[in-house]
Structures are given as C-alpha cells and as structure tokens.
Design a protein around this ligand. Sequence first.
Ligand code: PMP
Length: 413
Amino acid sequence: MKSSELFETAKTLIPGGVSSPVRAIKPYPFYTKRAEGSKIYTEDGDSLIDCCMGYGPLLLGHAHPFVKSAIKDQLDNGWLFGTPAEAEIKLAKIVTGDHPSMDMCRFVSSGSEATMAAIRLARGYSGKKDIIKVEGGFHGAHDGVLIQAGSGATTMGVPDSAGVIPEIVSHTAQVPYNDIESLENLLAKNNNVAAFIIEPVMGNIGPILPEDGYLKEVRKITEENDVLLICDEVICGYRLGIGGAQVKYDIKPDITTLGKIVGGGLPIGVFGGRREIMEMVAPAGPVYQAGTFSGNPLTLASGIAMLNYIHDNSRLYERLDGYTKIIHESLPEKYRDSFVRLGSIFKLFFREKPPKNYVQAKESNTEKYADFWKKMLQSGVFLPPSQFETNFVSAAHTEEDIEYISGAYNKCL
Ligand code: PMP
C-alpha cells in the first residue's frame, strides 16, 4: 500500500494517524519500509538521505552492523528478564565513566521518564517544590514540563496541553535561554526552587547555542542559591562528543538526563548524578521510581555496543563536524549567517541571524521553512519537518551524501 492510503487507514485507528505528533506531515507522511546507513526507503519506492536520524539516536546511522550484531546475539538469549543482568553494570560503568558529574545512574525507557524522575529526585532531595525551565525547552511529554515546550509542541501551536492542571505547572517557572539576569532575578524572589532544568545546547527550538560563559554562570548561580542543576543531555549526550555538553563546556551538573544515543537506537533514558543524590532513589532511598522495561537486556546490549564503538572510533566526531562545515560553507552567501552548526548538528533558520532564545526562534518564517522542507524531500533529502527540530548527520553519511545534501540546499533555497 502507498503512504497516502496507509495514512488514511492509520487516521481511523491512531489519533492523527501517528504515534508522535511531529510525524504528522501534511498532507500525509511518507511511510518507511526499511532503513540502512544514511538512507530511508519508503513504501512509495523512494530512497531518501536521512538528516533526521530518528531525531538523534542514530549517531552511527540506520541498522549499523556492529550494533545489529549485538542485538541479534542478545535475542538468542532472551529480551526481557525482569531480574538484574550484568549488562546493566557494564553500561553504568561506561556512562558514569564518561560523565565526571555522575557517580551513579539509573536506566529507564525514555528521555521523558528520565527527566520526570530527575525532577522528582531533585524535589525529594531538596525538600523544595518549584522548578525552573527554559522557555521553549522540551524535556518530554509529562505534565510538569509541558509549558512552552519546543519542537513538535511549538510547531503544532499547542505549547500548553489540555489536561495539564494549572496547580502542577504553577510550580514550573521559566526563564529565557542565554539570559543570566532573568535567572538571578527569579532566584532572588523565590527560595523554594528545587532545580533548574536546562538543555545545555537547546535542541528543541533549534539548535540554539549557549553564549560564551552562559553555562558556567548558570552553574555558579544555581550553586550559590542552593538550587540543583539538571542538565538534560537527551540530545547532547554522546552527540557533542563523549561526555556531552557538560564535558565540552566544562560544567558539573548535580543531575544529568540522557537518552537517544545511549540506547544505540532502542528505547532508553538515563538519569544520574552525585552519589548522595542518587542514593535517595528507591530502593536505596525514599524517592520512588520503577519500570518493567528499565534496563532491559536488548537495549543494554545495543547501548553497550554503540558506546564501545564510539569509544573505539571517537575520531568520527571530527569527520561529522567536517560534514556540517561543508554544508554550511556551500550555502548561498545570504543564508550563511542564519545557519547554526555544532559538530554533527545543524539547522538553517529562516530569519536573519541564528536565534539566541525561544522568542527569537519563534520569529522564524515557518511557512518558508515548510516550503523549503518539501522541496528538499522532493529532492531526496529528509530533514525533520519542523523549523524547530535539529538536523543530524551520522557516521553512515558518506562524502557523496554530504555533497548531495549541499547541492540540494542550494537548489531548494
Ligand atoms: N529531553 C530532551 C532534551 C529531548 O530532546 C527529548 C526528546 N526529543 C526528551 C527529553 C524526551 O525524550 P523521549 O522522546 O525519549 O521521551
């Protein structure tokens, strides 16, 4: 069946026809039959160069042989135990070893679960009620953070969700990104703040990069005010390099959340931090958290393979940085200033300059983006369908792919 027909049927069975809102491309999304390396093969017989990469997890590309073989080996030994398994210890050793801020970590099944648990942990540890998030920051689809959330929520025009009761979000305050003064002012007025949750490099209205010194100031001010710093590195983790944004920008959060790449493409979330904080988590401590699929053997096998591969091939980060540099430098001159890139992440904003925060990002011309996006798709390049989602290249992209993408940018712009 073709994508348009599949979507008609899907709409009768699944709300909006999709399992996650950003996928509801108009007039209908293409359906993927198979994916390998840098390519997606659709039900309509098209092959596309993928710059969405599962929204970030696929740093090595689709169906990477090394990760695939680890998953296959695990399949022969069962895929859900409901008991501890040695692989948890192996993955925990890699993850804590790569993040100097983490003495301990706990595995969950998604980034949303990780941030939900991290916020509960911060409240349980500090005994305080409020949290601060960044305007436009997306930390998953749970109640306390669904206020002016980026990416899908921003594109769909529903930053606040129906069904989220005001009492819950009344404990969530917001500050603009790259704005230290607002954070200082807010903290001066409120001494009931448990945590400040921030994506160190914003990936969900962006990417938007931190200005020089911003993250170090954030760390200093949160420390001075006895507020826990939660770095949500669900996108940044292993994307900006081993150790993510916190190593790159040399900051030490109290709690870190990870997801995406850590699972090698299978569902995962991780939260971790200092021992005295993490030992508050059940059953070691009083902050409850649990999950049937947490630390499941298939994801652990895939994650361990992914992270081992990255450690053995860490030069891949330089290659990917080179790729986004080529795309940037080959753009028509008038677009170069509004292109943002950091390592393997990149995005062209339809505004004059890269945004510094949510308000500026929202000024982008989303109609122009939609037009451009469609042309790119027709040219055989799949970009994330929203102006507010980050583009990714992977280690599976070849120099020819990058040349093709650059050519498509030029043609479609
Ligand atoms: N935090 C950030 C920074 C994210 O980008 C996302 C997902 N895009 C999440 C949390 C939620 O992760 P998941 O979709 O795995 O629940």
